[in-house]
Design a protein around this ligand. Structure first.
Ligand code: HEC
Ligand code: HEC
Length: 226
């Protein structure tokens, strides 16, 4: 029996049907033949999960393929905490996160199953965040100070106590590092002041009461560049 397999194609494999022919082939032949069939089989769109198709065709249009969009209109998702993202996607799905700025999210989230949400959150969490533009040094220094020690006179707690020393987030609070300043400003300056818009964010409804515009500018400049 020949051991020369390189001239065998998937096509002549397909013509081999009879049991007596099959008995003549070695296991190695069948392994090679099956591998060749796998290689010629067209990769069908059905192989892609629903979540993966959405990431590639829908989410990437606004958030970027790797969640590092440079458009300040859309939040970055790369490296975001998976538990937090699952929570937000569920809240967009049931429209309980109802800031009108989140309107683009309601429609897309409606079609997501729990399985899609898990897969999407795991995908973006595994992407590498890229720090944004550095701002003025004085703002960076003041932002870092508030982030690490809070503003005791105004009852503002240290952000780091919940969001992590490097704003990387954890199971309880989202990553803030590398996020667009304009998105962070919308949350701190508007969304969290009306407790009905992001009702789950109870801690933040309290935190923002002690922040003025200058504090928010310093914090968001610091966080974006981190
Ligand atoms: C048309 C643009 C657009 C598309 C498409 C889109 N998003 Fe969004 N997404 C937004 C905007 C705008 C926000 C910010 C909403 C706000 O300000 O409250 C957002 C917010 C989010 C957030 C919350 C981020 C945070 O830090 O709280 C997640 C998670 C998210 N999107 C995931 C997705 C996923 C997954 C898809 C694909 C199924 C998707 N988005 C498709 C525009 C879009
Ligand atoms: C007691 C814990 C706690 C403290 C202290 C805290 N946060 Fe938060 N923060 C949270 C939690 C929890 C969320 C997520 C809320 C949700 O699920 O909607 C959040 C959400 C946020 C968001 C929204 C992120 C996004 O992607 O939409 C921003 C911005 C933010 N916090 C900034 C700050 C800043 C700045 C400080 C300090 C001045 C601070 N936080 C202090 C717990 C905290």
């Amino acid at each position: 029996m020949t051991t020369q397999k390189s001239d065998r194609t998937a096509e002549n494999f397909a013509t081999v049907k009879r049991p007596q022919d099959m008995k003549m082939k070695t296991p190695a032949f069948w392994t090679a033949a099956i591998l060749m069939l796998a290689m010629v089989a067209p990769a069908s769109a059905a192989d892609e999960t629903h979540a993966r198709q959405l990431i590639n065709k829908v989410c990437s249009a606004c958030h970027g393929r790797k969640g590092t969009t440079t458009s300040p209109n859309f939040p970055r998702l790369a490296g975001q905490q998976p538990g937090y993202m699952k929570g937000e996607l569920t809240e967009f799905r049931d429209k309980s996160r109802k800031d009108p700025d989140a309107a683009p999210m309601w429609g897309w989230a409606r079609s997501l199953s729990d399985q899609d949400i898990n897969e999407i959150a795991a995908y973006y969490a595994s992407q590498n965040p890229i720090p944004g533009e550095r701002g003025e040094e004085s703002l960076l220094a003041r932002g870092k100070e508030i982030f690490e020690t809070g503003i005791p006179a105004n009852n503002v707690p240290a952000c780091a106590s919940c969001h992590g020393a490097n704003a990387e987030g954890n199971e309880g609070a989202p990553r803030l590092a590398s996020q667009h300043a304009s998105y962070l400003t919308r949350q701190l300056g508007d969304a969290f002041h009306d407790s009905t818009l992001r009702p789950e964010a109870v801690a933040m409804h309290f935190v923002v009461k002690g922040l003025n515009d200058a504090d928010i500018k310093a914090l968001t400049t610091y966080l974006q560049s981190k």
